[in-house]
Design a binder for this molecule. Sequence first.
Ligand code: SF4
Length: 357
Amino acid sequence: MGLADRLLAVPPSEALRQQADRLRQELVGETVTYVVNRNLNFTNHCLQHCSFCAFRRDPGAAGAYWHGFDTLQERAAAAARLGATELCVQGGLNPDARLDGSTLRYYQGLLQALQAAAPGLHLHAFSPQELLFIAEQDAVPLQAVIDGLRDAGLGSIPGTAAEVLDESVRARLCPEKLSARQWCAVVLQVHRSGLRSTATLMAGHIESSRQRAAHLLTLVALQQVAWQHHGGGFSEFVLLPFIGAQAPAPLRQRVGRDQPDLEEMLALTAQARLLLDRWIVNHQPSWVKLTLAGATEALRWGCNDLGGTLMEESITSAAGALGGTAQSVEALRSAAGSLQRPVRQRTTLYGAGLACV
Ligand code: SF4
């Protein structure tokens, strides 16, 4: 068993918490950050059937939706009026989403429509799975997709669809999804193209501590490649605890828990901080999945960021998460303040310069 495996097998303890908290202080100081952003999930039509997903629908099924550009523009403009600096845009894999017969042109059109409605907002959009989907639908090289989206205003990408970067876990969890190797290849290409991404781990279901360790070490390796060759790379790590409440029955029964085990997730928060070390210094808990109280506690276990206001979370809420669909700036600031830590608004890529609200 390697060092990383041993670290990931360590049970929750005050000593573990303090070690992660000390490293957080050394690497990023005391300040807690947050971003004012809005989620835009433009469609839940999806041709895949991931075993944990309560968000996807077949077209025409109850609850299925595919918003037009005008609706999305209204929401983007409303977000801008509320002070948002970022739109986080993701959707299901909808093969009907085409403009002039091209999937890439649809996604470009979406970014351009959002830019027109909310100029200046950072467009944090489309997971590695969505990028690969566009390339496959149009039968074009992935680089053409990355370049085409960047030209249309893409600012960075969410590192979702990583789930657990282990082929045996993915075979049971999401066999239709891009493989772990493909996820890494897409992220390498995104980083090489000069775009940043976040990094995620969906944990607390069928994965082992060894698979968690391997996932985190893979993130370190990808970051090392980025830094050796061009800089940039991952901007933050986000732990995504599995929510089972509304997940399809087979996986829900297998996991045997509707909501995350907070103690286990706090321990993993600390372990991830220690393992990712100086390679990924910004760590964000998910208040949607842990509730704001749980996310605030995670700030004591190695995290330094509270994520975004979201304004309209729908993917995890569909799975039965209890954290809600939005947070006010005041709620995020008061959560950080309850720990007597300074707080500041940040940009998507952790830039400073935004006035504190
Ligand atoms: S997780 Fe994403 S790709 Fe998988 S079924 Fe749900 S919407 Fe589709």
